[in-house]
Design a protein around this ligand. Structure first.
Ligand SMILES: [Zn+2]
Length: 661
């Protein structure tokens, strides 16, 4: 019996593949064949990781911020807010200022019959004798310029006082009054509703952008706030910061909120009908505020989701340093909106979930997403118009990461897979899409780029460099830009620091190219003489993109008879040719797109590219004899060979009278 086994093994070995050998060591290294290089990102020497250690425990000694003292008085009947803002403005820019612009956002917000507005009553000095200061309001730009009495030099401060009245619009925009008392749904949401200082930067000078209708229009510096708020008694108020004290005069209550640490803005919402829950999560007072009718979905769950997000992202990126975090129900045309220490989820989300036009997990998605914005857009700020893909991309990646951690699936919240959407976007819309652009340059693509393509590219980066380096890089980026403004080069810088290599090979093509790769086999040649298989893959979109892509793709080589001859992950760097040894003549070569390979596809269903068009060259050597024979007859030859060997074996044994079976 052992003799027969030995013969069978021998016969089978003839047709079994050899272990393939890697021939092109260079292919293991990604390279950039770019027309130009972005080079090392500019490093802002004022940003040091050391600040994180101090800031995260609330120590801002030695770091200057503007101080804003804001008092708001809500008039429930007229839907107006009387406001007083004392600005102690610190010039942290390298140029002197003779005037300072302020956003007056409400007049740009949606409305039905009552348009939002900020009427500036006066601007005055704060020191005696009090004097009026000249200012101009540009209605169309939702802007006010305050002219300073003296030029404000870098590193200096100036103080003045602005008195104003805000009319809250009655639409479903970020500030609004909506809902009815009759069904206990009336809510006053007061966001971006006072004069907010514009940001000066080296890219644009003063960023005086109006309240644009695509993406988020905000770009705001950190400042210390004292926030006083007066609202009618019996109203429940949710606001940015710790409630220091409240004082009622019988008709209304004045609340003093203090975020304690710098924030980019303050917001509040008030309703006679809010129900509130709170929990202490590692020293942070997490609260939810919701309407009575929303109780079935909001009770317990919203608080739980916010707390889980807070815990996860604290551990993943770095410390949320404030003592309060509110999730508040509001009316709005969107899903949710983030502000410092307070985020909103709209009643509309709940209604659509109940109507089954949104999947049920959407409620959790919105809460997690808006809370994640505390890390991306708040603690690390950005210009949401020019770099909006940065905070939305990071926030979307984060809410998907929450899905991965708590539901074991990074795509848990993706009703439409990002991967499918991005791979078929070009086919469906016949346009390219560059991530690294201002929203002004591609307003119609903001939703797709910021919320789908950008987080997918971040996930792609994780696939390429591995989870640990990826998360460590994000954490480094967070700490490096804590309480600062960040841009894409700052993100790349963080990845380069952690990975210890130039990351142009990833960031340039994936963030700046309009088109994904579109691979095609331009030549697959099998050489019978030496058993080499040379595969040439062309990126058909290479000429339409400024940079060449590098990504890892699983290559599989099959033979009808032997099955898989070769399975290996290969770096495809633009148009690429590579050679491998295979034991026998292959019948099919395939690029497997399963593992987050990003390519243009014509359909969701396609997950590979294969060819059977294999050119055969050379003459067969003895070791490649099997490769020379037509594939179709190989099984018959193999069986015949086995039978002949067996017959021969039996014949020999019988002749010697030594049969063993
Ligand atoms: Zn967002």
């Amino acid at each position: 019996m052992r003799g027969i086994l030995r013969v069978l093994v021998f016969a089978l070995l003839v047709t079994v593949s050899f272990v393939p050998m890697v021939r092109d060591a260079d292919l293991a290294k990604p390279h950039v064949a770019a027309n130009e290089s972005r080079g090392s990102p500019p490093v802002d020497i004022s940003k040091t990781i050391a600040d994180y250690d101090e800031f995260s425990v609330g120590n801002f000694a030695g770091t200057e911020f503007s101080n804003l003292n804001l008092s708001l008085k809500l008039n429930e009947v007229s839907s107006t807010v009387e406001g007083n803002l004392t600005v102690d403005f610190y010039n942290d820019d390298p140029v002197p200022f003779s005037q300072i612009p302020f956003h007056l956002y409400p007049s740009g917000m949606l409305y039905e019959s009552r348009q939002g507005n900020i009427t500036v009553l006066n601007v005055t000095t704060t020191s005696e004798p009090i004097q009026e200061m000249p200012y101009s309001v540009l209605w169309e730009q939702q802007l006010m310029w305050v002219n300073l009495t003296d030029s404000l030099l870098p590193g200096e401060r100036t103080e003045f006082h602005i008195e104003f009245i805000t009319t809250l619009p009655d639409g479903l925009d970020r500030a609004n009054v909506h809902g009815e008392n009759g069904n206990q749904s009336r809510i006053y949401t007061v966001s971006s509703s006072y004069p907010i200082p514009c940001v000066y930067d080296r890219f644009d000078g003063w960023n005086t952008d109006p309240y644009v209708g695509f993406g988020d229009p905000f770009y705001i510096d950190m400042a210390f706030y004292e926030f006083y708020l007066n609202a009618p008694n019996d109203m429940i108020v949710a606001a940015t910061g710790e409630l220091i004290e409240s004082d009622s005069d019988g008709e209304s209550t004045t609340y003093h909120f203090d975020p304690i640490l710098p924030v980019r803005e303050v917001t509040f919402a008030a309703s006679r009908y809010y129900q509130m829950e709170s929990a202490n999560v590692n020293g942070v007072n997490v609260s939810s505020f919701y309407l009575p009718d929303s109780q079935p979905e909001w009770e317990d769950d919203v608080l739980e989701w916010a707390s889980l997000t807070l815990t996860l992202l604290n551990e993943t990126y770095g410390v949320y340093p404030y003592s309060t975090l509110n999730v508040v129900e509001q009316h709005g045309f969107y899903g949710g909106m983030e502000y410092p220490c307070q985020v909103y989820m709209t009643r509309g989300v709940l209604e659509r979930v109940r109507a089954e036009t949104l999947f049920p997990e959407y409620l959790e998605l919105v809460v997690v997403h808006e809370v994640a914005h505390q890390w991306w857009s708040q603690l690390v700020g950005d210009d949401c118009i020019d770099w909006g893909f940065l905070d939305e991309g990071l926030t979307c990646w984060s809410h998907n990461y929450y899905g991965e951690v708590y539901y074991s699936d990074w795509e848990y919240f993706q009703y439409y897979r990002y991967l499918d959407t991005v791979r078929t976007h070009h086919e469906e819309f016949e346009i390219g899409s560059v991530i690294n652009q201002s929203n002004y340059e591609r307003p119609d693509l903001v939703g797709y780029i910021d919320y789908t393509k950008a987080p997918l590219i971040l996930e792609k980066l994780r696939v390429e460099i591995g989870h640990e380096k990826f998360v460590e890089s994000l954490s480094h980026f967070f700490r490096q830009n804590y309480f600062e403004i960040a841009t894409l080069p700052n993100l790349q810088e963080a990845f380069e620091f952690v990975c210890g290599e130039d990351m142009d090979w990833f960031f340039l093509p994936w963030f700046d190219n309009p088109f994904l790769p579109d691979y095609s086999f331009v030549g697959v040649v099998y050489n019978l003489t030496d058993g080499t298989l040379t595969i040439s893959v062309e990126d058909l979109n290479e000429g339409s993109n400024p940079y060449s892509y590098s990504q890892q793709v699983l290559v599989r080589v099959d033979n009808n008879f032997d099955g898989v001859l070769l399975e290996e992950t290969v770096w495809i760097n633009g148009t690429t040719t590579f050679t491998r040894l295979v034991s026998t003549r292959p019948s099919e070569v395939c690029l497997d797109y399963e593992d987050y390979v990003l390519v243009d596809l014509i359909s969701y269903d396609v997950d590979s590219l294969s060819t059977q068009n294999i050119q055969i060259v050379g003459t067969p050597s003895l070791t490649n004899l099997w490769g020379f024979l037509p594939i179709e007859i190989l099984p018959a030859i193999a069986v015949t060979g086995i039978v002949l060997v067996l017959v021969f074996y039996v014949f020999i044994n019988r002749r010697s009278g030594n049969a063993t079976w």
